[in-house]
Design a protein around this ligand. Sequence first.
Ligand SMILES: NC(=O)c1ccc[n+]([C@@H]2O[C@H](COP(=O)([O-])OP(=O)(O)OC[C@H]3O[C@@H](n4cnc5c(N)ncnc54)[C@H](O)[C@@H]3O)[C@@H](O)[C@H]2O)c1
Ligand SMILES: O=C(O)C(=O)C[C@]1(C(=O)O)C=C[C@@H](O)C=C1
Length: 305
Amino acid sequence: MTVIYDRVALIGLGLIASSMALAMQRGGLAGTITGYARSAETRATAREIGLCEVFDSAAEAVADADLVVLCVPVGAMGDVMAQIAPALKPGATVSDVGSVKRAVIDAVALHVPEGVHFVPAHPLAGTEQSGPRAGFASLFDNRWCIVVPTEGTDRAAVDRLSDLWRGMGANLDEMDADHHDLVLAVTSHTPHLIAYTMVGVADDLRRVTDSEVIKYSAAGFRDFTRIAASDPTMWRDVFLTNKDATLEILGRFTEELFALQRAIRTGDGDHLHAYFTRTRAIRRGIIDAGQDTDAPNFGRGPVQR
Ligand SMILES: NC(=O)c1ccc[n+]([C@@H]2O[C@H](COP(=O)([O-])OP(=O)(O)OC[C@H]3O[C@@H](n4cnc5c(N)ncnc54)[C@H](O)[C@@H]3O)[C@@H](O)[C@H]2O)c1
Ligand SMILES: O=C(O)C(=O)C[C@]1(C(=O)O)C=C[C@@H](O)C=C1
C-alpha cells in the first residue's frame, strides 16, 4: 500500500471514475479521493454509495488536488478543463481517460495553466454499463493503459501517473496520439459501429420478430447486443472526434465485406476458406499472447497447442 497522490479528484462519476475510485481504495493509492459530476442525481448516488468525497462544483472538487482525472465523454473534456483551470493547484497533474486522444489533447491543452502538467491516458477496459454504480475495483486488472505524453510533458509526471495505473492493476504502454487513435479505430471504435449496425439491422428486419431475435440469439449476436447497449453519448462523441481514423477503417471494412459478399454470390469457397483461416490465426495469436479475458489462459502466458 503506497500512497501515490495525496489528493485525487475525479471529474465525471461514471463507470471509469467509479472503477478508479474503487481500484485506488483497494490499493491504498490515494490519501483522499474527491469527485464531481454535472448531474445532481449522479452526485447523490456517488454520495449514497460512499464512492468518494463529492462536491457540488468542479472547482471545489479539484482545489488542492495533486491529480485531477477528467472522466467525462470526450466531447465535454475541453469545456470541463476550461471550467476547472482557475482552481487548479500549481504543480498538479491533469489527466483524462478519454477513448480518443488527439481531439481531447487539442481541446484540453488550450486551457492548461502554466505550472500544471497534462498527461493524457486511456485505460483499455470497460463494459457496456455506465454511471457510478457500474464501477468495480478489478476493471483494470491486467488490461492495458496507454499513456500519451504530449510535447514537453514532464517525465516525472508521466512516471507518477503510470505508477498509479500500475497500482490499479493495469499494464502500461506509451503511444503517440494519432497512432493511438488509428489503433483504437481498428480494435474498438469500428467494431462498436459494426455491432450497433448489426443490432439495428436485426431490429429493422420485420420478417424476424424481436422475440425471435432474443430467443434464438447465438453467442456472436448476443455479444453484438451487449456492445450495442453501450452509452450513446460516449460513443457519439467517439465517432465525432475520431472521424478520420474511423472512416479509414470503415472504408477498408466495406471493401473486405464486398469481397466476401461477392465470394458468397459466386460460390467462391476457396476465398471464404482462406479468409476464415487467416482470421482464425489472428484470434489464436491474441489468445496465445494472453490478451483475451474470456480465454481460459488469460494472463497466464502462451498456450501449448
Ligand atoms: N465505458 C468504457 O468502456 C470506457 C473505457 C475506457 C475509457 N472510456 C472513456 O471514459 C470516459 C467516461 O466514460 P464512462 O464509461 O465512465 O461514462 P459514464 O457515462 O459512465 O460517465 C460519464 C460521467 O460524466 C458526467 N458528465 C457528462 N458530461 C459532463 C460534463 N459536461 N461535465 C461534468 N460531468 C459530465 C456524467 O454525469 C457521468 O457522471 C469517456 O471519455 C470514455 O470515452 C470509457
Ligand atoms: O468491453 C467493452 O464493453 C468495451 O467496449 C471496452 C472498450 C473496448 O472497446 O474494448 C470500449 C471503449 C474503450 O475506450 C476501451 C475499452
